[in-house]
Design a protein around this ligand. Structure first.
Ligand code: ATP
Length: 366
């Protein structure tokens, strides 16, 4: 089921009447293709949950429309939209068994949708199998791990065979190892069921690892929508470049003069097609290549060997981000200690941004 958001806007009146409304979702236009998993990603307050609440019908938009396939669902109440919801706090009923928890949404079906007890049991069993908790049907939530409880919550969302599955920070309550496991699990379930799924998170790594497409948001405005790798490789602006990547991109204030990019006195890269100006320069940690006579001079502050790679902490007077961090292949020997270290830069890991608008400025490397 494809989901289309058309000029979707949600304003909240400000509690302080003298201040402007909060525009939590500002004129969203995008289409989620049928059967895909899309990640809504952005910092706290950027409008992720509001977007999800609009799609499921818990909030009504100020303007704009929402379509599921060809159906305009904008004015439908949540129970008639065919959505499954999973929240951060899985909110299972503690006094019910897993089986009863999963069956619960089916018990309220009315009219032609009403199911017999046997049908409900079968559907609950199928949903439990999908999330691999069918062995635990007689347990109560307190007798299960956090990850298992979250699976029950997902099974409960799947049992009504929703047209769209909405997940709001579903992994936040899990520890690091379980998060990893459960996110792979969500991906597997989504692939198996083919249900169009919208996943909200502020964790860029989580969003990138499981999404077919990510929507990066800031202050209620969509910054970029694309496949995770494309957004990483081709960020539209400085915000997107800074939001994706661990360790984060290193930002410098530099300038272009006569087709050369300067960081301080160092001419670090040929950049054709850019007029002379001061600008922000983003360099991904993997964009630094140690080279004895390399054009970029940095001070070496620390070396952290991580096995496959080496992480080096650097200093440079034109740097805006602190600390500067380069990830270099362990085939390069970097002696621990301090002093000067020089680098060449990989042109496809260097991005230029307008000093005022922070929009990306394209260039051709030599
Ligand atoms: P988080 O990651 O912290 O959950 P979010 O990206 O999900 O944040 P939203 O909860 O969608 O952000 O909030 C977007 C903006 O709308 C915020 O500025 C928030 O304060 C505001 N907002 C949300 N709900 C309301 C409301 N009911 N009344 C007034 N303002 C609201």
């Amino acid at each position: 089921m494809k989901v289309v958001l058309q000029n979707l806007t949600k304003r909240f009146p400000n509690r302080n009447k003298k201040l402007d409304d909060v525009i939590a979702v500002n004129n969203f236009n995008f289409e989620i293709p049928d059967g895909k998993l899309i990640g809504l990603l952005g910092p706290s307050g950027c409008g992720k949950s509001t977007t999800l609440n609009l799609i499921c019908g818990l909030e009504m938009p100020t303007s704009g429309k929402i379509f599921f396939g060809e159906d305009d669902v904008t004015d439908l109440p949540p129970e008639n939209r065919g959505v499954g919801l999973v929240f951060q706090n899985y909110a299972l009923y503690p006094h019910m068994t897993v089986r009863q928890n999963i069956m619960f949404p089916l018990q309220n079906l009315k009219g032609k949708d009403k199911l017999s007890k046997a049908e409900m049991l079968t559907r609950a069993e199928e949903a439990a199998k999908l999330v691999q908790i069918d062995q635990l049907m007689d347990r109560k939530p307190a007798e299960m791990s956090g990850g298992q409880q979250q699976r029950v919550a997902i099974a409960r969302a799947l049992v009504k065979m929703p047209r769209v599955l909405l997940l709001d920070e579903p992994l936040s309550n899990l520890d690091a190892r379980l998060r990893l496991q459960t996110r792979e699990e969500i991906r597997r379930i989504q692939r198996n069921t083919g249900i169009t799924t919208i996943f909200v998170t502020h964790d860029q790594e989580e969003a990138m690892s499981i999404s077919d497409l990510i929507v990066v948001m800031k202050d209620g405005i969509i910054q970029q929508i694309d496949q995770p790798q494309k957004v990483y490789d081709d960020p539209k602006n400085l915000f997107v470049a800074k939001f994706l990547g661990t360790p984060p991109i290193n930002v410098f204030k530099g300038k272009v003069a006569a087709g050369k990019l300067y960081l301080g006195e160092d001419a670090v890269l040929q950049v054709r097609g850019v007029s002379d100006q001061e600008l922000w320069v983003g360099i991904r940690p993997e964009g630094f290549v140690p080279q004895q006579a390399g054009p970029l001079r940095c001070s070496l502050k620390a070396v952290e060997v991580m096995g496959r790679d080496t992480s080096v902490v650097l200093g440079n007077e034109t740097a805006v981000s602190d600390p500067l961090r380069a990830i270099i292949s362990s085939e390069y020997q970097v002696a621990p200690g301090t002093g000067e270290i020089r680098f060449a830069l990989k042109p496809n890991k260097v991005f230029l941004f307008d000093l005022k608008t922070e929009e990306r400025i394209p260039f051709q490397a030599e």
